[in-house]
Design a protein around this ligand. Structure first.
Ligand SMILES: C[S@@+](CC[C@H](N)C(=O)[O-])C[C@H]1O[C@@H](n2cnc3c(N)ncnc32)[C@H](O)[C@@H]1O
Length: 456
């Protein structure tokens, strides 16, 4: 660790930043590392892992702590003490550290950062955590609450996924949400060739598992250091992109001279993938309404050598185009509930609610509606989300088609996932527990072909 700070203390500080300032754990972690001047990847990885593991199990840890706290409530404690208790409880509950060591470390931290008296309190709480019979007490709870604590998931998500997938598969999905995601990289063929990058990474001790349907993306195993610390990453020959996100570009599969409008482009994973599939030819108009996110997109595109993209700051619900403007493809990758990416962003479990899903759905439908005004007569719309809900996926497509009988869905090749639900069998769904990817939904819409003699 940094000279004066332990992994537990650092993790608690990051969690304070998360609670108070940065809804994104990754951003909180980056800010903490910047503030502390941490550049050593081993230290960063150790803090990252403890922070993410703690947040993955947040409701379970809070339940244990609320049970052992006698007079106070966890929510009433000061934010640093609360988060240090969570981190220490995670270490004790998971067996990742010797209980006595985790307790002593936390007591020492609190004595230094707060007071001797609070050190005594933390000591008493963590000793009770050590003797708490978690599994036995779980069994006394009503079944739904037991499942929610066993899989560290909000109750509504347990109920929602059980309705969506059936009980057994829902539990497999929720259990996968407690695991680290697989690491996928996309070779940036604008800068390097696939065989060259594979040789380079194998030389670094990585095992590269190809995905036959998408040759530029492969899964990485082993490796002596994080892939972001390799020369291949530093020279922008690879970009971190999940296989599920990579399918979107391949489903769109533009011809090189195409004109594409990307309605929700930032931070640019899919835009940059499309640019490389077009070999930097054609034109991509990348819209987003967030200036900060467009700055990030600009940096990424520049870094990756993308030259065919025009960045536009705009609200895609009020298109900044002339009436007659038409595009060969429109990509609609709208904001969503992120319920498919709880491995990568476990904090979303604690911020999203069923209301988030209904709010997102309205924006998604409005954006899809806009896309229909832009598309050339033989063009294609690709719609994707990293949500698992029906409301943001199949029901958006259903409602769009109800108002646009001139459109139909067509097959989303290449197939890696499973046919989507509610009869949309040519749309594709991917799930972490089935496909080892993030949870995604992808649909492709085209105008119906009118046969000769049929009216337009
Ligand atoms: C899921 S992210 C897009 C991810 C991106 N396609 C990628 O692959 O990196 C959704 C994006 O939509 C943007 N957004 C949300 N509402 C918008 C609107 N009305 N107009 C334009 N952009 C919007 C957000 O700022 C966010 O960057």
């Amino acid at each position: 660790m940094v000279a004066s700070i332990s992994r537990e203390e650092a993790a608690a500080d990051v969690l304070v930043l998360w609670e108070e300032e940065y809804p994104s754990l990754r951003k909180a972690l980056n800010r903490f590392s910047e503030n502390q001047g941490i550049t050593d990847w081993k230290i960063r990885t150790a803090i990252h892992s403890l922070v993410f593991e703690t947040i993955r199990r947040l409701n379970t840890l809070d339940w244990i702590l609320d049970n052992v706290l006698s007079r106070s409530k966890l929510a009433d404690l000061d934010v640093f003490t609360r988060n240090l208790l969570r981190v220490a409880t995670y270490l004790i509950y998971s067996g990742k550290a010797l209980a006595a060591l985790a307790t002593n470390e936390s007591v020492a931290i609190i004595k230094r950062r707060r007071s001797k008296r609070l050190g005594g309190f933390v000591n008493a709480v963590l000793r009770r955590v050590q003797h708490f019979k978690t599994e036995e007490l779980f069994k006394l709870l009503p079944e739904a609450q037991h499942t929610a604590l066993k899989f560290s998931s909000p109750l509504w998500l347990v109920e929602y996924t059980e309705r969506l997938l059936g009980r057994e598969e829902a539990h497999a999905f929720l259990a996968a949400g407690l695991e680290n995601p697989f690491v996928y990289v996309r070779v940036n063929t604008l800068i390097s060739s696939i065989p060259d990058v594979i040789d380079e990474l194998v030389g670094e001790g990585f095992e590269c598992l190809p995905s036959p349907e998408i040759p530029e993306i492969f899964r990485l195993k082993k490796g002596s250091r994080p892939v972001t610390n390799t020369p291949a990453y530093r020279r922008n020959a690879i970009y971190l992109q999940n296989l599920a996100s990579g399918i979107v570009g391949r489903v769109l599969s533009p011809f090189p001279q195409a004109l594409i409008v990307d309605l929700c482009a930032a931070p640019g994973s899919k835009t940059s993938h499309l640019a490389q599939l077009m070999k930097n030819r054609g034109n991509i108009i990348a819209l987003d309404w967030s200036i900060q996110r467009l700055r990030e997109l600009n940096k990424i595109l520049t870094r990756l050598g993308v030259l065919n993209t025009h960045i536009v700051l705009a609200d895609s619900q009020k298109l900044p185009f002339r009436k007659k403007f038409r595009s060969d493809y429109v990509l609609v990758d709208p904001p969503c509930s992120n319920t498919g990416v709880i491995q990568t962003r476990p904090e979303v479990k604690w911020s999203i609610t069923p209301e988030t899903i209904s709010q997102m759905r309205k924006i998604q439908l409005a954006l899809l509606e806009q896309s229909s005004k832009l598309i050339a007569s033989n063009g294609q719309i690709v719609y994707s989300t990293c949500s698992i809900s029906l409301e943001e996926n199949e029901y958006v497509i259903r409602d769009f088609l109800a108002n646009h009988s001139e459109f139909e869905t067509v097959s989303t090749e290449p197939w890696i996932g499973i046919p989507a639900f509610e009869g949309f069998t040519n749309c594709q769904r991917l799930f972490p527990h089935r496909n080892d990817t993030e949870g995604f939904f992808i649909a492709k819409l085209v105008r119906k072909q009118t046969s000769v003699g049929e009216e337009d």
